[in-house]
Design a protein around this ligand. Sequence first.
Ligand code: 3YP
Ligand code: ZN
Length: 378
Amino acid sequence: MTTGYVFHPEYLWHDTGTSAGLLPANPTAGVQPAVHIENPEAKRRTHELIHVSGLLGELTVIEPRRATMTELLRVHTPAHVQHIRTQSDLRQGGDAGDGFSPVGHGSYDIARLAAGGLIALVNAAAQGDITNGYALTRPPGHHATADTGMGFCLFNNIAIAARHAQTTLGLTRIAIVDWDAHHGNGTQAIFYTDPTVLTISLHQANCFPPDSGWTHENGAADGAGYALNVPLPPGSGHAAYLHAMHQVVIPALDRFAPDLILLANGVDANVFDPMARQMLTATSYREMTSLLVDAADRLCHGRLIAAHEGGYSPFYTPYCALAFLEELTGTTTRVTDPYAAVVAGYTAEPLRAHQQAVIDEAAHLVPRIGKREITTAP
Ligand code: 3YP
Ligand code: ZN
């Protein structure tokens, strides 16, 4: 088993500028300029930990390329692609569409390199060069819809990779799991009427986007039943997420029997993240990943390709991502979570009734997915 890894320094050059956290700075209104919350630091430190831990030496490093116009247009409207390009051409950059999504000068090319990094991993998996893989990309993608950027996202990297896999690699049934703390609304919207792409999002209820990601959003038309949401109450942690994996994500994957699993690996549901109020630890990510790796082995020759999404704690994001990547690789490194003792109590929090109720609600929708027998085709 080989694990692919995509990283590029240009990912760190996506310039989100001097916002005040997540708002545009506005001194006139008393909003002091500061660094934007989606800045390179957490991802730079993640890459450096992957190197320093020794894990990098175990990985098949894959060079990203830029997604082509044809590849972008499988998901996005020409007007949206053109908008990102023109914003990116401005000397000071601009915004991807919602006022929350900075486009730095030159970010059009970097966003194409992020989408293309995922395409490169999917290609390598289809060719059998790797079994699974991780693209440590910026900018993120899961909020971007066909016609707008949103929530720090410019292009929907995972959706572009999914369409690429279907169109050019014959991987027709794709499951997209999204455990970022925020709802994967863009991915869900892109595939909402499409039964060939199952989307499953676990997220903090009513966090971002507001009023999005409820269980009743379950797909429409031919895609009815093929969008699943588990809007976990704020304060959900290890037990709730593992229960959701066992009761919803894994049974849904088993019914759907995908040819490829894509994962929006936001690690911003960890207990130290400033952008959500969930309580996961590196151990949680390790155990959740183990379940997904097992499902991929059982269902689709191990093909599990992940994109980095959120994760804003510069000091804890790297340990969550390392646990994830160790589990993909099937090894451990000499680096263990240095916060393990500090967070032991969080990991031990029991499942609460109000969390279980939401998970049960989502679990009841799993049988709407048509059951497919696993074929043994390569
Ligand atoms: C985008 C604007 C306010 C909340 C923020 C969420 C970004 C994120 O990590 N999405 O997954
Ligand atoms: Zn997020």
